[in-house]
Design a protein around this ligand. Structure first.
Ligand SMILES: [Zn+2]
Length: 505
C-alpha cells in the first residue's frame, strides 16, 4: 500500500467514524404548542382559573423525527403532583407520567393541566420528554411550564356578591358532622359553588317561612319536615348524616321549598334542600377521609373499595341540591327517574350538543371540553386521570341554563385585545410597546394578518411586544390577530386594526 493509499484509508476511517458519531448523537426533540411554535425555550403556559374549578387541559405536540428508527418509546413526565396528562397516563406524588409507543415518525398531541389550588400565586414547573428509538438512541427535551394563577384576593373583588349558601348542621342526628374537619369540607364545598353564582339581589326568607324535607337517619326511607329557625338569604342547605341500607349519600332541593328571588323576580330555582352523607362510606363501609390536600387529589379515586374523599362527594351532592334536580323547573324536560335533555343555546354551543340527563340527574357521557374531565355525574369517565371530583365549566353553564346568573370569573371572560392604540415612534429611535391580551385561555398568539408593521419593527408572537428601530418615517396600517389556547368549539380569535406613525426626527 502506497503512502497516499495509507493516508486515503486513514481519512476514510476518520470520515466513517465522524458519520457514525453524528448519527448516534441525535438532534434535540422538537416540542410545539397548539400554534405550532417551538416551546423548548419559551415554555408552555398553564392556567389555574379563579375559583375551585377544573382547569383547562392545554395541548402540546411532540414531533418524532424521521431520522429515528421505529418503533420508539416516548415518555413524558411532569415534576409536580398537581400536574396531569390526558389518559392513558398516571398521576402521583412525583408528578404525572405518560408513555406512548410510536410506530412511526410524526406528531403526537398531548394535553396537560394543573389541578386547582386555593392561592393566587403563579408557579413554575417543567416537563421532561424522552424519546428512545428502536436502536436505543435517545432524544430528549425539557419544557418549562408557566402557571398563571388567576385566583383573586377576595378583598379586591369588585364583582357582584356571591350567592349566600347557609349550611345548617342542626338536623344531623348521626353525629357525623360533630367532627369539625367534616363541617369545614361541607362549608367549603358550598362556598366553592357559591363563588361562581351571582347572589346580587338575592331575597331573604323570614324565620319559619321555609319548609324543608329532611331524610331521617334510616336513609331515604322516611322523612320529616323542618322550618327555618332563623331568617336566611339565598339558599338554605341542611347537611346531615344518614345511616341507611343503600350505602349511598344524597343531595336535592326540597319538594316543599319555595323559590329563590332576586329583587321582585321569582327565579325557577328552589331555595332550600339537603346534603346527606352516608356515615358508613361511599358504596362501602370504609368510612370517609376529610384530610386530602390538593397535592393529593389523585388519591381520591372514590372507587368502591376505597375510603372516599368527602370533598368530592360534598361537591357532587351540593351540586344536586343547587342545580341538578328536576325540582328546578328548567332542569330537564321529563319526569324524575326518566332520562331527559337539558336544552340551552350556550350549553349546546360549548358542548356541541344537548347533554342527556339520566334518571339520577347526572350528565352521562358529557366530558367538559376545556378540562377534559367528566361533567356532573360523569366524574369517573373523563379523559383525564381519576381523582378528586371538581366543578367543571360545563357544570356552571348548566347552572346558568337552570336559572342562575354567573359571576364574571376567569373561565368565562372572553378573549380580548385590550390595546386600542399604539404610541408614535421616531425614525432611528428604539421603539417598544406591548399589545395586551386578556381572557380566554392563555397563552396567546399575536400575528399581523393584514398590512405590515413599519420597516425595522417586528412583533413577538408569544408576548405581543412590538420592538425595533424604525428605518422609514410615515404611517403604517395593519391588522393584528390574537388567538388563545382554547380548542373547543368556542375557540375564539380577535382582530384589531392599528395605525402606527413613525415621525421624522
Ligand atoms: Zn349524583
Amino acid at each position: 500500500m502506497s503512502r497516499s493509499q495509507i493516508i486515503a484509508a486513514c481519512l476514510l476511517i476518520v470520515a466513517t467514524y465522524l458519520v457514525v458519531v453524528a448519527a448516534s448523537r441525535p438532534g434535540p426533540l422538537l416540542v410545539e404548542d397548539c400554534f405550532g411554535r417551538a416551546i423548548g425555550a419559551r415554555g408552555l403556559t398553564l392556567v389555574d382559573w379563579d375559583g375551585y374549578i377544573a382547569n383547562p387541559a392545554i395541548r402540546f405536540d411532540v414531533v418524532a423525527p424521521a431520522a429515528a428508527s421505529y418503533p420508539a418509546r416516548l415518555v413524558i413526565r411532569g415534576d409536580h403532583p398537581r400536574l396531569a396528562f390526558d389518559l392513558p397516563s398516571t398521576a402521583g406524588a412525583g408528578g404525572p407520567t405518560k408513555e406512548i409507543r410510536l410506530a412511526r415518525a410524526g406528531r403526537t398531541s398531548i394535553r396537560v393541566a394543573i389541578f386547582p389550588d386555593r392561592d393566587g400565586r403563579d408557579e413554575d414547573h417543567a416537563l421532561t420528554i424522552d424519546l428512545e428509538d428502536a436502536g436505543g438512541r435517545r432524544r430528549s427535551a425539557r419544557v418549562p411550564l408557566h402557571l398563571v394563577d388567576q385566583d383573586r384576593e377576595e378583598e379586591a373583588d369588585v364583582r357582584p356578591r356571591r350567592l349566600p349558601i347557609v349550611v345548617d348542621f342542626s338536623q344531623d342526628r348521626t353525629g357525623f358532622f360533630e367532627d369539625e374537619a367534616r363541617r369545614r369540607v361541607a362549608r367549603r364545598a358550598a362556598a366553592d359553588w357559591s363563588y361562581f353564582l351571582d347572589g346580587e339581589g338575592a331575597g331573604t326568607v323570614a324565620a319559619g317561612d321555609e319548609s324543608t324535607l329532611i331524610w331521617n337517619p334510616d336513609g331515604f326511607r322516611s322523612t320529616r319536615t323542618v322550618k327555618n329557625e332563623s331568617p336566611f338569604t339565598g339558599y338554605l342547605l341542611y347537611a346531615y348524616g344518614i345511616d341507611g341500607p343503600d350505602l349511598r349519600s344524597g343531595g336535592e332541593p326540597s319538594p316543599t321549598s319555595g323559590f329563590q328571588t332576586r329583587g321582585a323576580d321569582v327565579l325557577p330555582l328552589r331555595r332550600s334542600g339537603g346534603y346527606e352523607v352516608e356515615i358508613k362510606g361511599n358504596y362501602n363501609r370504609e368510612g370517609w377521609r376529610a384530610d386530602l390536600s390538593d397535592d393529593e387529589w389523585w388519591k381520591a379515586t372514590n372507587l368502591r373499595d376505597d375510603r372516599a374523599d368527602l370533598d368530592s362527594i360534598a361537591h357532587h351532592e351540593i351540586g344536586h341540591a343547587l342545580i341538578f334536580n328536576r325540582l328546578n323547573p328548567r332542569f330537564g324536560d321529563a319526569k324524575q327517574s326518566q332520562s331527559a335533555t337539558l336544552r340551552d343555546d350556550r350549553l349546546r354551543a360549548y358542548l356541541g350538543k344537548d347533554p342527556t340527563i339520566d334518571g339520577s340527574d347526572h350528565l352521562p357521557g358529557t366530558v367538559d371540553p376545556a378540562s377534559l374531565r367528566g361533567a356532573f355525574g360523569n366524574e369517573y369517565h373523563g379523559k383525564m386521570p381519576r381523582g378528586r371530583w371538581l366543578i367543571t365549566k360545563a357544570d356552571l353553564i348548566a347552572a346558568r341554563a337552570v336559572g342562575y346568573d354567573l359571576r364574571a370569573t376567569s373561565a368565562f371572560i372572553p378573549l380580548t385585545l385590550e390595546t386600542a392604540e399604539l404610541p408614535e415612534g421616531r425614525l432611528g429611535g428604539r421603539y417598544t410597546t406591548i399589545l395586551r391580551a386578556s381572557g380566554g385561555v392563555p397563552a396567546y398568539q399575536f400575528q399581523v394578518v393584514e398590512g405590515s408593521l413599519p420597516a425595522g419593527l417586528s412583533l413577538d408572537d408569544f408576548s405581543g411586544e412590538i420592538r425595533g428601530v424604525p428605518t422609514r418615517p410615515g404611517h403604517s396600517e395593519f391588522t393584528v390577530r390574537v388567538r388563545d389556547s382554547e380548542e373547543s368549539a368556542q375557540a375564539e380569535e380577535v382582530l384589531q386594526h392599528y395605525r402606527l406613525t413613525i415621525a421624522a426626527p
